[in-house]
Design a protein around this ligand. Structure first.
Ligand code: GLC
Length: 623
């Protein structure tokens, strides 16, 4: 835990659970979470031509688009017919240009685990998630009942605006006060959006991207303070103005209503990442290239690439600015934000147009990516040898030659870490700043680092080794811990401000979040270890439906439904769907994984096709 919270004890984390206030009590069983004390608190570009001067990336996208048009016309049989001469030619061309794995997956009719459904049907009908398109197992045998149920629940969470789906609410738990769980959260929509992309119903994602970018341009104020232009909302709600009969309006929350007034720093990054997934899976580059979206990307970049007093390339944030949206000692340079920042920069650089300030911006991005990857790979990385180095650090070193650059005190190393660190394996720690290393494990940051290739391939392997070696701690009986270990007692008091929702082994403070399954699955596929995800999925399948898709589980091993967890939490449902679909067809994971990061490599040039027009709202669907 952070060493600048000096009052925090670095004693071994006791196995004994705490009482309501986090005080020690020796009577409760080891896995018992603390009792609940808390108050609730264009038209699509027509068939693009493959220009001879086009880069291979452009060619790939154009070919992907061509293929999708063919596929969308239900012409799959041609592609599946081995003797068809035309097909052979086409496929050769595709190989030359390196067909994207997503389209390869879609193209391969036999592997497609989605029941065929008329392409036009349902596209604009708002029938997202209809059982008609329920995924089937690859074998073509009985559909998985759990998956059918999950799709049914997910479709209930879909929110429409002017008769078109624009997102999904956070939870549909009628037994609890909805607070803001009846809103569409940007971060929560990511797995739902991915599920619909995998199901080949991209329209909801497109609408979501366009609506949120429109919200970005609203004036944002908290009391009298104006937020940066690029800030994306944490969440939004479709309101029905009764007095005007059925008139609908979208009301966004940029943190001005959020509990604790936390800033949604992650929203803009997730938005760019989803845009990339949408483009990769549909081949519809027109959306990314239209001016509202280009402008949205630029505004987000302006926020996080501006020069200031910083001495580090990492992004400085306040507490609670990401998935962990409460005070949890994640202020400073949290790994989750840094990994999302890196991934969003990489995605943005693929789509930024060269006109106007495009070139300068791309140069800025490339420089930042280099500095950021160096910094994180060097200073956030912890494995056994590095732990031993820190343990032996000298302090008060001055000058460029300092080994202990951040003047970390070896005494701030927490006891739990010495046992937790396996011989084989490593991870990116939670935070690094002057005299502060937060050694906690944060799942989301580490997994996004793998997806985005912020982690080198060695580091990615080591993170997966750690997950395997520390399975009981990080997965236990329900995947997966958002953060490990939990803070308790004095540390909990000081760091969370006595937060009754974040008592030890609950919620963000060592609770287990089924939504993280999709990320686990994607990284398992990327690192060639699908068996790990399979094991986790089996654990989740035993309980998720029975427990009504809780938001999170409590306890050291995740054995208890979270004390304040919402039921029918949408991202728990969507996370399961994405994990299941990706495991059945691993090539689908490529919609969310980025290729290796090579410093200084020129980015591919993405141009509009000649027939492109910017009226994206009227863009024809891809499929
Ligand atoms: C909780 C989570 C946050 C999520 C929100 C809505 O506050 O911490 O990450 O976005 O619920 O589900």
């Amino acid at each position: 835990m952070s060493s600048d919270d000096n009052a925090i004890s670095s004693k071994t984390q006791s196995d004994t659970p705490s009482d309501d206030n986090g005080a020690t009590s020796s009577e409760t069983p080891l896995d018992t979470p603390s009792a609940n004390t808390g108050s609730t608190s264009s038209k699509r570009s027509d068939a693009p031509s493959v220009d001879d001067n086009a880069s291979s990336f452009e060619k790939q996208i154009a070919i992907d688009q061509l293929l999708q048009i063919v596929l969308s016309k239900g012409d799959l049989s041609k592609w599946a017919e081995p003797a068809h001469i035309g097909r052979h030619r086409s496929l050769d061309v595709c190989h030359d240009f390196g067909l994207s794995p997503v389209v390869q997956a879609v193209k391969s009719h036999n592997n497609l685990n989605i029941q065929e459904k008329s392409i036009c049907e349902g596209e604009n009908s708002g029938e997202s998630g209809s059982i008609a398109a329920t995924p089937r197992p690859m074998s073509g045998l009985e559909p998985c009942p759990l998956l059918i149920e999950a799709w049914k629940e997910l479709s209930k969470a879909v929110v429409n605006f002017e008769n078109e789906p624009v997102g999904t609410v956070a939870a549909l738990d009628t037994a609890k006060d909805s607070l803001n769980y009846d809103q569409v959260f940007v971060r929560d929509f990511i797995p739902a959006g991915l599920a619909y992309l995998l199901k080949r119903e991209p329209q909801i994602v497109k609408k979501f991207l366009l609506k949120t970018v429109r919200l970005q341009s609203a004036e944002k104020k908290i009391d009298q303070f104006k937020l940066g232009d690029g800030v994306m909302p944490a969440s939004f709600k479709v309101c029905h103005q009764n007095d005007l009969n059925t008139k609908e309006a979208i009301v966004a929350d940029f943190g001005e209503s959020a509990i604790g007034r936390v800033a949604p720093v992650d929203s803009g990054f997730w938005w760019i990442i989803l845009l990339h997934a949408y483009t990769k899976s549909t081949g519809d580059t027109a959306l990314a290239l239209c001016s509202p979206i280009q402008n949205g990307i630029r505004l987000i970049l302006a926020l996080c690439l501006s020069e200031g007093f910083d001495t580090f390339p990492t992004l400085l944030c306040a507490d609670g600015c990401c998935m962990i949206d409460r005070r949890m000692g994640v202020y400073g340079y949290p790994i989750e934000i840094q990994a999302l920042f890196f991934m969003a920069l990489r995605c943005a650089s693929k789509y930024l147009q060269h006109q106007k300030d495009g070139e300068d911006l791309i140069e800025l991005i490339n420089k930042r990516l280099q500095a950021l990857s160096y910094h994180i790979r060097e200073y956030f990385w912890l494995d056994l040898p590095q732990l031993n180095n820190i343990y032996r650090y000298k302090t008060e070193e001055y000058s460029h030659t300092a080994v202990n650059k951040f003047n970390v005190m070896p005494d701030s190393l927490p006891e739990w870490l010495f046992d937790f660190m396996p011989r084989k394996g490593g991870y990116f720690i939670g935070n690094v700043s002057p005299s502060r290393m937060d050694f906690r494990w944060f799942c989301l940051g580490n997994f996004v680092a793998i997806l985005s290739s912020l982690a080198t391939s060695e580091q990615s392997k080591a993170i997966m080794d750690l997950v395997e070696e520390r399975w009981q701690e990080l997965v236990g009986e329900m995947p997966l811990k958002a953060c490990y270990p939990a803070m308790e007692n004095h540390e909990w008091q000081i760091v969370t401000g006595c937060d009754p929702k974040n008592t030890r082994w609950s919620y963000h403070n060592g609770g287990s979040w089924p939504v993280l399954l999709w990320l686990l699955t994607a990284v398992c596929i990327k690192t060639g270890r699908p068996h790990i995800a399979q094991k986790a999925l089996e654990l989740a399948e035993r309980r998720l439906i029975k427990d009504k898709w809780p938001e999170y589980y409590d306890g050291k091993r995740g054995r208890y439904v979270g004390k304040q967890a919402r039921k029918f939490q949408t991202w728990s449902i969507a996370g399961y769907i994405v994990a299941k679909m990706m495991l059945e067809n691993p090539s689908l994971a490529s919609i969310i994984t980025l290729e290796d990061y090579c410093q200084g490599r020129a980015r591919p040039v993405l141009r509009r096709s000649r027939s492109w027009s910017c009226s994206t709202d009227k863009a024809k669907p891809m499929y």
